[in-house]
Design a protein around this ligand. Sequence first.
Ligand SMILES: C[S@@+](CC[C@H](N)C(=O)[O-])C[C@H]1O[C@@H](n2cnc3c(N)ncnc32)[C@H](O)[C@@H]1O
Length: 366
Amino acid sequence: MKGKHNKHRENRKRVMRSVDDETAPVLARDGTATAERNAGAYHVPVMLKECCDALITDPNGTYIDGTLGGGGHTAEILRRLDKDGVLFSFDEDAAAIAEAQRRFENELRKSSPQLMLRHENFSFACSIKRDGKPQAQNNIMGILLDLGVSSRQLDTGGIGLSYRVNSHLDMRFGSRDGLPVSELIATTGQGVLEQILRDFGEEPFARAIARRIVDVRRVAPVLTTFDLRAIVEECVPPHLRQQSLSRVFQAFRIAVNNELGVLEETLRGIVPRLAKGGRIVVIAYHSLEDRIVKNVFHECSRRSMPINPDDFDTPEAAREAMIKSTTVEVEPQLKILTKKPLTPSDEELSYNYRARSAKVRIAEKT
Ligand SMILES: C[S@@+](CC[C@H](N)C(=O)[O-])C[C@H]1O[C@@H](n2cnc3c(N)ncnc32)[C@H](O)[C@@H]1O
C-alpha cells in the first residue's frame, strides 16, 4: 500500500515538474477527498502535454484558449510561444479572469503582452481582433476548448454548480442574459423539465424528478443547491443517488448556459477562421459534448454530401441532377487527426481523478 502511494507521489512529481509548478495536483480517487485536497489549487489542467503538443504547430502563430479556468493550459501555451506568438484566453467567469490577472501579472504588464484576456463567451473567439484590426480573419493557428467547469467552480460552490456545497441555485457561468436555474425551475412546465433532464443529463429518473420539482415548488420555491439535492434524493434509491445528482446538476447547467448550442456554433464558426494547418483541440467530459465535436468534425471533413434540391433553380433541374447522383463532391475543410478520441494516461489518473471522463478530439484545417 505504502509502495503504491510512493509510486503515485513519484509519478506526480515527475509529471508536474515538467509542466507547471503553480497548479498543485490532486491525489485522491474519490470525489469528496479530491475536492478537499484540491483546496488551494484552482484547477489541475487535463491532458496538458497532449493538448499543447497537438495545438501548437507554429510558435509564432495566433492561438485561442476558449476556456481559461485556472490558466493551466494558457500558461503552457504561453511558455511554448515565440516572440511573435499571441494567445487570446476567454472565460465567462469573472473569478477566472481575476485569477489570471493575478497569475499572469508580469506578462500582462509588458508593453506588448502576448496574452490577451477576454471576459466573454468563447463564441466570440470567432471574431477576435488583434491590434484593433479585424484580426485573424483566416489566420488562427489553433483553438483549445477544455469544456465544462473548473475544480474551483465546483469546490467553492459560488454559482451553485455542485450538489456538495449549499449555495444559490444559479449555474450561469457569466452571461446574465439567461435565467438562473432557480428561475428556470420556478417557471418551466413539468414536461420541459423532464425533457431537460433527459436530453442534457440522460437521467433515468427524469419523470419522477420533474414531477417532484413541480409538487415542491407549489409549497416553497426551489432556491438552493440543497433544495434541488433533497428533491433528487427523494426520487432516487440511495445507491443510485450520486450519479443522478451529477446528471441532474449537469443537465440544468447545460440548459441555462446553452452549452451545446454554443459549442456547435463556435466549432462551425471557427473553421473558416483557421489558417491552413491550424488545429482545433477539444476536451469533452460527457457524451453529449463529445458527440457534437465528433459530428461537426465529421461533417467538415467529408468529401461529398447529399444533393440539396433547394440549391437548384427549378425542381426539374434538381430532379435531373439527382438521376445522375444523389451526392455532390465538396472540398473538405478539416482533416480529423484522432480517429478515436485520446484519453488520459493511467499516470495522469493517478494524480487527477477528475480527468477520468476526458476525451480529446483534434482536427486540422486543410
Ligand atoms: C474545465 S475549465 C478550464 C480549465 C483550464 N483549461 C485550466 O487549465 O485551468 C472550463 C472553464 O471554461 C469556462 N467556460 C465554460 N464554458 C464557457 C464559454 N462558453 N465561454 C467562456 N468560458 C466558458 C468555465 O467558466 C471554466 O472556467
